[in-house]
Design a binder for this molecule. Structure first.
Ligand SMILES: [Zn+2]
Length: 406
C-alpha cells in the first residue's frame, strides 16, 4: 500500500472516530452513491446516442445494465461503529445511577462489537443486492419502452437522461433512509450490549414525540422492556445470515402495540422505516410506576399532587385515599388512550375506573380527575389510538353509570 494512501485513510478513520459523529457519514454516504449511480447512468445515456444499428444498440444497453454494480458498502465501517459505540457509551454514562459507577465508563472493544460490525456490513451488502435487482429491472423496462418505437431514435438519449435524472433524485433519498435505518439499529443494538456491561435491568423506549410520531412509536413510548428480552432479540439480529432471517428477528410494525407480553422479534427499535425511536438503560430501583402495558408513569410533582388532592372534583370526588393510589388504579386498567387533540406531546388515558389522566412526553402525570361530562368529553379531547370498550357495550354502560353517579 502506498504511504500517501495509508496516511489518507488513517486520517479519515481517526477523524470519524474523534468526532464521535456519524452524521457526517450519513450526509456523505448518499452523495457518494448518488455520484456512482450518476456516472453509470450517464454512460448509458452517452452510449444510447451512438450511431449503431438499433438492435445491436439495444442489446449493448441491456448488457451494460445487467452489469451495473453499485458498491454500497461504506468504507471506514469500523470507525463509524466506534463513533456509534462512543456516543452510546456517553449516553449510558448519563443514565447509570452514581451508586453503580465503580470505574470509568468508557467504550472498549469486545467480540460482540466485532459481530456488530460484521452485521452492519452484511446489512449494507443486502441492501446493495436488493437495490441492484430493482434498479436493473426498472432500467430494462425503460429501455424496452424507448425502443418500442414510441420514440424517434434521436430522442432516445434525452428521454433516458430525463428518466435517469428522476431515478437519481429519488434514490439519493432511499440511500439515506436505508443508511439511517442500519445506523439506528446498530445504535440500539450497541446500547443493549454496552449497557449490559453495567448491569442494566431493562430499557426504556424513547420516541421523539411530535406531530409526526407514528402510532406504533406513541404506543411504545416510555415502555420498559427487560434487558433479557432485548439482548435475546439483539443476538438474533446479529446472528442473522440472510435478509429474511434479519427481517424475522426484527419485525416492522405499523399498528400501535397494546399488549402486556412482547413477541420475541419485537421490542428493539427502529420499528419502521425512518423511525426515530431509541432506547435507554434503566435500573428497576429507579422506576416510578408502570401502567397496564408496562410503560413508566411518573407521579406528579408535589405541587400538582397537592392540587389534585385538594380540588373537590378531583381526588375528593373518588373513593381513593391518595393521589398515587388513584393514578395507579387508573393506569392499571386502561379503557381508552390517545394523544391530546391540541398538544401532540401529551397523552390522555381514560381508566376503566372512570378517571382521566393527562401525561406529558416524559411520562409525568399532569392531571388526574373524574370528568363530569362523560365519555364524549374524553373523545373531544383526544385522538384515540386504543379503545378496549369500543365493542364492549357492557363496560360502556358501566362507565356511563359511574359518571352519571359522580
Ligand atoms: Zn418510529
Amino acid at each position: 500500500m502506498r504511504k500517501a494512501y495509508l496516511l489518507k485513510s488513517l486520517t479519515r478513520h481517526n477523524l470519524i472516530k474523534a468526532s464521535s459523529d456519524v452524521r457526517s457519514f450519513l450526509s456523505s454516504y448518499p452523495i457518494e452513491l448518488r455520484d456512482t449511480l450518476e456516472r453509470e447512468l450517464s454512460e448509458i445515456v452517452v452510449l444510447s446516442g451512438e450511431s449503431i444499428d438499433a438492435k445491436t444498440l439495444k442489446q449493448l444497453l441491456l448488457t451494460k445494465i445487467a452489469n451495473l454494480r453499485l458498491d454500497v458498502n461504506p468504507a471506514n465501517l469500523e470507525a463509524i461503529y466506534i463513533a456509534i459505540a462512543n456516543e452510546v457509551t456517553k449516553k449510558i454514562k448519563k443514565t447509570i445511577p452514581s451508586r453503580l459507577i465503580k470505574s470509568d465508563v468508557a467504550f472498549s472493544f469486545d467480540e460482540v462489537d466485532v459481530a456488530s460490525i460484521a452485521s452492519m456490513r452484511q446489512s449494507f451488502y443486502w441492501m446493495g443486492l436488493d437495490y441492484g435487482e430493482r434498479i436493473q429491472e426498472e432500467l430494462k423496462n425503460e429501455i424496452e419502452r424507448v425502443y418500442n418505437g414510441e420514440l424517434d431514435r434521436a430522442d432516445v438519449p434525452a428521454a433516458l437522461k430525463a428518466k435517469f435524472g428522476s431515478i437519481i433524485d429519488r434514490d439519493e433519498r432511499y440511500f439515506k433512509g436505508v443508511a439511517d435505518h442500519i445506523i439506528l439499529q446498530s445504535q440500539n443494538v450497541a446500547k443493549v450490549t454496552q449497557a449490559q456491561k453495567y448491569g442494566a435491568d431493562a430499557f426504556r423506549v424513547r420516541a421523539t414525540i411530535d406531530d409526526k410520531t407514528s402510532p406504533i412509536c406513541r404506543s411504545m413510548h416510555n415502555r420498559i422492556i427487560s434487558a433479557k428480552h432485548l439482548s435475546t432479540q439483539a443476538s438474533n439480529i446479529l446472528a442473522a445470515s440472510t435478509p429474511n432471517e434479519k427481517k424475522n428477528a426484527a419485525m416492522w410494525q405499523t399498528k400501535p402495540f397494546y399488549g402486556t407480553e412482547l413477541p420475541n422479534n419485537f421490542g428493539l427499535p427502529p420499528y419502521h422505516f425512518r423511525c426515530r425511536t431509541e432506547i435507554e438503560p434503566v435500573w428497576y430501583d429507579d422506576l416510578d410506576n408502570l401502567d397496564e402495558f408496562k410503560r413508566e408513569v411518573k407521579y406528579p410533582s408535589k405541587q400538582v399532587s397537592a392540587k389534585i388532592a385538594n380540588k373537590e372534583d378531583h381526588l375528593k370526588g373518588t373513593r381513593y385515599k391518595s393521589v398515587n393510589e388513584m393514578i395507579s388504579a387508573t393506569i392499571g386498567a386502561i379503557a381508552k388512550e390517545g394523544r391530546h387533540i391540541n398538544d401532540a406531546s401529551k397523552k390522555v388515558i381514560w381508566g376503566q375506573n372512570g378517571c382521566i389522566i393527562f401525561i406529558d412526553e416524559y411520562g409525568e402525570v399532569e392531571s388526574c380527575f373524574k370528568p363530569l361530562r362523560g365519555l364524549s368529553y374524553y373523545e373531544d379531547w383526544s385522538l384515540t389510538f386504543y379503545d378496549s370498550i369500543e365493542t364492549k357495550t357492557r363496560i360502556r354502560k358501566w362507565l356511563d353509570h359511574l359518571i352519571s353517579n359522580l
